[in-house]
Each structure stands twice: as structure tokens, then as C-alpha cells.
Ligand binder design. Sequence first.
Ligand SMILES: [Zn+2]
Length: 560
Amino acid sequence: MYDLLIKGGRIYDGSGMPGYTGDVGIKDGKIVALGRLKENATRTLNVDGLAVAPGFIDPHTHLDAQLFWDPLGTSSCFHGVTSVVLGNCGLSLAPAKPENRDAVIKSFVRVEAISRRVLEEGIRWRWVSTAEYLNALDHRLGVNAAALIGHIAVRHYVMGEDAVERQATAEEIAAMRDLVRQGMEAGAVGFSTNQNPRHIREDKKPVASRLASDDELGALLDILGEMNSGVVQLSGGGADARGRIAYAAAMARRTGRPVIWQSISHSWSRPHHWREMLANTEQIFRDEGLPIYAMTQAKPFQNRYTLLDAQCFDEFPTWKSAMFNPPPVRKQMFADSAVRKKLRAEAIEDRSPSVFPRRWDVIFVDQVKLAKNKSCEHKSVEELAAAQEKDGLDWFLDISLEEDLETRFVHTNTQGDPEAVCEILKHPAVMIGQSDAGAHMGYDARFGYSTAFLGRWVRDHGIMSLEEAVNKLTFRVASIFGLSDRGLLRPGFAADIAVFDPATVNTLEPEYVRDLPANETRMIQRAAGVPHTIVNGEIVIENGAPTGLLPGRVLGPKPN
Ligand SMILES: [Zn+2]
């Protein structure tokens, strides 16, 4: 007698083998049989015509805090995701002594654009160590969670606020090494750092990990090498992409551990650069056999912002100083023609590589405040400016000033060119994810990377077989993170399962909901064609809605 029988679907088992029609029998949270099954079950799901696959493993989230008030990790669970990796980009909530908590929050607030009020109200701190954090988390989880140890927290724990001022001493590095070892022994799946030169705290100071020397980072990563366990996740590092790849290679050479570097993508300011990055990563992989992987996203990174809250100009000094001034001063700056000259030079005329697209034809008006401007919505700034024979920047600032800085714009930073995205997604050294679930919930929704990948790229663009696509979302990720009982449909493996319809699977348009702690608003995103998400043998999403069951657990390098 099975607890759950999934009957008549097409099984894509995660290995990349051809899909076949069959049943999956589940007992005590594990898969016990596959094939044409005769035994009865307490509950049977008839899934004729649907795909049955291992649950997707989201390798890059910032759900570290959200899982405490939202144990299902919405919206990830809507998209067939059954396990999420926390602690990316150097940011984790542990280890943290009471006196370091605010430093950790300061970093999360700015880098991941999660509001301070949400974090202050949503986190009930009841841990110091990584072990205690994982225990607190394990208590009440809908999806499974695996955690990386974040360099920023480790640095503040040992150095206090000196962590954002200076390099560490030998004694401090030794103390940090102990923390990393303890965290890994507690079940963390690796270590993350953040060297991204744009990543600053709320108080404009660089995030702590940016002050680490290469020797410090190497010494901390050596723990993973010594333990032969865990992955290294790098956000930034190296002067440019080539340098970043060399940096990732050096860390893989030093530790023998998989290194995920971030990230490879198409950008409008350098439309051919991704080819070079791909070739470079591939060469290191092939020539030296070093396990380095480039993270990419299946969803174009849409940035929605007003000039009240934009962070996309932080890379330009005059813009940054304007954005850090209070709105009245900011408005004066935007109105001043001498300042405008500088703003134009930095954001548009300068041709050096940037995240900002540097062109008005890919920047659109998303939402206006005043009824009289309604016809501007969904048109590009270039088109609107041309109609008034204005310069793009002048038009952009004029409407913002007219609407009290509340005009909302949208542009695609990365992955705007479908041809480039297809090539990137297909590459074997590329890891698909970067959902950033839990982060910047106010202006961007990439939670549905898995359904976007399966719908838009695999089905509509036909870039690879469904077998290969499922393999990329499951077994490969589980293998890299050392989750040895996940990512395959196989007897003895955990019953984490996504049931989806290959003909209709897709992401739906994001919606705004007011359900955060402190009564704040966020974007959520639902999926089409994903009727069931099953975690450890229990159905957590049925016909797109949560069942209320919370079968998730903390995953570590050892099977559980
Ligand atoms: Zn991140």
C-alpha cells in the first residue's frame, strides 16, 4: 500500500533518459517503486498526459528570512520548486551574535532590496550559530532548504563593524575559519562571498565581504577543501568577467570544490560579451577539468523603478549622490541643467560596460501617476522623447519631476536578446537559476525561472529536449550541491516531485499583494500548467493552490 500513487504520467526521471509512461509509488516520503504499479494507495493522482519530474532545485535564492513567515517560499513552490538554496551572495542570517544582527540587516536591505521594516518585524532572532539557525528553520518548512554560509555574516561575527572598514588580521581569519568549519559540520552546503563593487549597505558602506583579501577568502574556502564538502558561490570578484572566471578557476583549483560564478548573461551595453564569457568558462572546464559553473537566468531581468526608489543608477557617481539625497534635494538636482549634463554623460554618453542599458529605446514607462500622462504607458522613452523633440534624459527627468518622482519605468537589464539567451541556456557549464527569490520583491519577479525555462525556451524556442531540460533543473543541481538523495526519480530517493503540462507550462504575469510583515507589499508570480508540487511525498500545491501541508526540511550534504 502506497501513501501516494502518481498514475499514468510521462516520467522524466532527471537523468536525461527518454521519458516514458509509468506510475510513481511513494511511501514514507520516499519513492519506492516506478513502472506499471498494481498496489493500492491511500491517495492516487491520475496525471494522464502530464510530465512527472523530480522537484526543481532553485540554486540561488534569498529566502533566508522569508521562509520564517512564508514556509512555502511563495512564489517558488508554484513553479514546481521543491528545494531552495539560501545564503547566496555572501548574505546569510547566521552566524550572528545579537550585536551583529543590525549589520546583517543593513546588508540585506540594500543589496537584496528587502525592506528594513519587513526584516525587523519578520525575523524572530533565536539563533547565533549556523547550527541554531538551521534548527530554527527546520521547525516549519513547506519546501526543503539548503543553506550556504555567508561571508558577510562570518566577517561581522568576528570583526564587528570593523568588518566594513579594513582587512582581517591572521587571528581574525583563524576565528572565521572556525565558524566556517562549524557551519559546514552543522549541515551547510557551502560558502558564499560577495565582491560585487556595486553592493553596498544601507549606510553606503561596502558589504563586509568586499574588504576581504584574496588570502582571507582562500583561507576560508580551504575549509571546504579540507572537508571535501560544499560549493563555493561567488558574486562578483575580478575586475571584469574574464577576471571573474579566472578567480573562480583559482578557487576551484585551490579547493577542488565546485565553484558557481555569477553571472553570464546578455546585456545591452555589451551585446556580444556573453560569447567570450562562455568560451572562457568552457575552456577552463575542458582544459583543466575544473568544476566551475556560470549561473544564468531564464527570465529577462526586468527592473521596475521610480526615481524615489531606483538602485539601477548606483553605478554612476552623480546619480548615486542624487538618489541618496532626500527627495526635495534630489528634485532640485534633477531640475538643474548643469547636473543633467553630468547625469547624461555618466548614464548615456559613457560607453564603458554597465548594468544600466545606456539607451532609451529599451527603457519603457510602466505606470504613470497623472491621468493626463496615461497614454505614455508601455511606450519607450526614446519614442516619447522624439514625439516632443526632446532629448531622452530630459524627457525622463521632466515627467518624473512633474509626477513627484512617482512615474514608474521598466527596462530589461539582462537577457533581453532571445538568440543570445538560447545559446547561453544550452551550454553544459551553465547553471540555470538566479531566481533571487525572496529578494527585490518590489520591482522584479524571477521566481518562476523553472517555468519560464520550460515554457518559453524549451517549448516555444525548442532549444533542447524536455529530458535534458529536466536534467538541468534537477539532477545537475543536486549533484553540484551534493544533495545525494534528490534530483532523480528513483527508488530510495526523496519524493520531491513536480507535475507539469509541457504544452502549457509557463510563468504568469506578476501580481502585487500586501502580505508581508509590517503590512508591506510585494510581487508574487503564479505559474500556468503546474498542477502539483510534492515535497517529501506530500502535496504542497494542488491545482496551483497551497494545501497547508508543511513537509519541508533542511537539506545537508548527508542524505536525510
Ligand atoms: Zn543573489
